[in-house]
Design a binder for this molecule. Structure first.
Ligand SMILES: [Fe+2]
Ligand SMILES: [Fe+2]
Length: 273
């Protein structure tokens, strides 16, 4: 049995650095145009839907941080939409692109970092997009035949140059949960939150942290402009439980990545001639 799952996370709608639909009218009727970075992301996001559309996607997992929230620590300065109802409406417009591309896919919802979004905010977005009440989880286990994939938003972020350690720990923590607490196995651990793309495999296990849809923020460049450059894009998982019969991990994946734009160069070599 084979199923395909599209994973989208860290859209950060409302952030000046996150996804934003074009010509958005807020609840006061004010027009919001995309800034340069938002236009870059939007063009890649809509191109991604075109790239993905020939595939049959069975399920879409929205793995948290759909909204950027109120940004209280920064007094809202990194925001382009300051009101949560506006962020929710803009997010629905973004996700309509996904729903229109895959009208028969089943949507699953996971809430992100509470600083950015509360479960109730995601519930509102989910209800308005799908039209019926949806369940928002912190952790989601999806079964395809004998194979199980576990989704959760957070994992340990590291700004170190090696990033795979926390993912290997996720695999080992899963084995310990099975052995010590009799929890059911998960063959693949899917995470978000870190805004970088990394994966680790053992013979029958995979752990993966998926790229997101927010460009570098002031927060991410506070110690260096090049230390934490986010990975942009998404992952499509292929789950084939027949692979378990060969002792293999039943989950493989295809990354869909887009380059993060770099700073432009100001050329002064022509001065003083
Ligand atoms: Fe995030
Ligand atoms: Fe997060």
């Amino acid at each position: 049995m084979q199923r395909k799952i599209l994973v989208l996370n860290d859209l950060h709608v409302g952030s000046s650095y996150g996804l934003m639909p074009p010509s958005f009218l807020d609840c006061s009727g004010n027009l919001h145009s995309q800034n340069v970075g938002q236009r870059y992301l939007w063009e890649r996001f809509t191109a991604l839907m075109q790239r993905l559309s020939p595939q049959k996607i069975d399920a879409i997992v929205l793995n948290g941080d759909l909204l950027d929230g109120g940004q209280p620590k920064s007094k809202g300065t990194p925001l382009t939409l300051h009101r949560l109802p506006d962020q929710r409406e803009a997010c629905i417009k973004v996700l309509e692109e996904v729903k229109n591309t895959f009208p028969s896919a089943k949507f699953f919802w996971i809430s992100g970092t509470p600083y950015h979004e509360l479960e109730d905010e995601v519930l509102q977005v989910a209800y308005k997009l799908i039209g019926t009440p949806q369940t928002v989880r912190r952790t989601l286990k999806l079964r395809v035949g004998k194979a199980v994939v576990q989704f959760h938003h957070e994992t340990a972020f590291t700004s170190a140059v090696t990033k795979s350690g926390s993912l290997e720990r996720e695999i080992i923590n899963g084995w310990l949960a099975e052995a010590m607490n009799d929890w059911s196995a998960a063959h693949c651990e899917v995470r978000a939150h870190c805004h970088y793309f990394c994966y680790v495999g053992r013979k029958d296990r995979l752990a993966i942290v998926c790229p997101g849809w927010q460009l570098q923020t002031d927060y991410s460049t506070k110690s260096s402009p090049t230390k934490n450059i986010p990975d942009i894009g998404c992952i499509v998982l292929t789950v084939d439980d027949d692979l378990l019969d060969f002792g293999c991990c039943p989950v493989t994946f295809t990354p869909y990545l887009y380059k993060h734009p770099g700073p432009s160069i100001v050329d002064i070599s022509g001065r003083g001639k």
